[in-house]
Design a protein around this ligand. Structure first.
Ligand code: PMP
Length: 319
């Protein structure tokens, strides 16, 4: 039986991770020419089941990113095939805990040429056990970064290009070096965009507000979950351009993302958000989101794809 995360998907096969190696001349390593997804699966002790969250949407976003970046994989890869590979990979690793899944479509060719078209691409996927990435009961102290969010006309912000994460890393390192937990980035023209690897929501006079997709945000799947939960509750929601001063005067603020889940922000550039504690709207959305993804409730089954036990790993076959 394999160790958790030991089996990875590489060059069209399920192999032990130590066999998944790329040459140093790999195009993606030299130029950051890849795109990826970050997906979570939660172990439900109640159901004794591992559920992948919004698998279809992640597979579709991966393929949309790939299209923008001319990343044509060798096999006929559609969303259903990506989903099937991920489910088989999770089953082969036999997880009984929360997991992070990282598919990467990358330029595997070794040509020294700054181009996207005409270079071979490949898909690899690894997984690893993954609990809470941040303490989401505690409020985050954030700063507005001096680094601007990549402009969609420079590097497509709708794709998740590997190379674009230099932008995120610079902002997040700057924040940590200055004693903050996270960075909020502005667009090139100074409107609020998003955090280094999560989306931002504010509560302003009882209205939930999030920056519009055209302000260089990655259109987050957790952002969509939050909007669905808000609509279900009949809460007013605005998706629009957000000013810096709105961020500095919000009653509540939180980040949403696969990694951060729903994480309250309680201080922005030294100014307390609301009364400095997680607010009631954030708290309700966090609870509702975690209940669904952890399968504590039966609502919204369409968000969860259970991992089946593969034939090869099924107890009946092992005995
Ligand atoms: N923005 C960026 C730059 C991100 O990397 C992420 C994480 N994928 C998000 C937002 C949140 O997206 P999602 O909710 O789909 O994880």
């Amino acid at each position: 039986m394999s160790q958790p995360g030991e089996i990875v998907y590489f060059e069209g096969d399920f192999v032990p991770s130590d066999r998944a190696r790329v040459p140093i001349s790999t195009h993606a390593f030299n130029y950051g020419t890849g795109c990826f997804e970050g997906i979570r699966a939660y172990w439900s002790p109640r159901r004794q089941e591992l559920n992948v969250i919004r698998l279809r949407e992640h597979a579709e976003r991966l393929l949309r990113s790939a299209k923008i970046l001319h990343l044509e994989p060798p096999e006929q890869l559609d969303a259903a095939r990506v989903e099937a590979i991920i489910l088989e990979l999770l089953a082969r690793n036999d997880y009984h805990e929360d997991v992070y899944i990282r598919p990467i479509l990358y330029k595997s060719g070794t040509t020294i040429k700054v181009t996207l078209a005409g270079i071979d691409s490949d898909l690899c996927i690894f997984t690893q056990p993954f609990g809470d990435y941040l303490d989401i009961r505690k409020g985050l102290r954030v700063m507005i970064s001096a680094w601007r969010r990549i402009d969609d006309n420079s590097i497509p912000s709708r794709a998740k290009p590997t190379g674009a994460y230099l932008n995120a890393a610079l902002a997040s390192d700057e924040a940590r070096a200055r004693g903050f937990d996270e960075a909020i980035m502005l667009t090139a023209d100074g409107h609020v965009s998003e955090a280094s690897s999560s989306n931002l929501f504010l509560v302003l006079d009882g209205v939930l507000v999030t920056p519009q997709a055209t302000d260089d945000v990655l259109v987050g799947i957790t952002r969509d979950c939050v909007m669905e939960l808000a609509r279900e509750r009949g809460w007013p929601l605005e998706v629009r351009r957000v000013d810096r001063s709105e961020l500095l005067s919000a009653d509540e603020a939180f980040l949403s993302g696969t990694g951060v889940q729903i994480a309250p922000v309680t201080m922005v550039d030294g100014r307390t958000v609301g009364d400095g504690e997680m607010g009631p709207i954030t708290s309700e959305l966090q609870r509702a989101y975690l209940d669904v993804v952890r399968a504590e409730v039966d609502d919204r089954p369409e968000w969860r794809t259970p991992v089946g036990v593969p034939e090869a790993a099924a107890p009946a076959r092992r005995s």
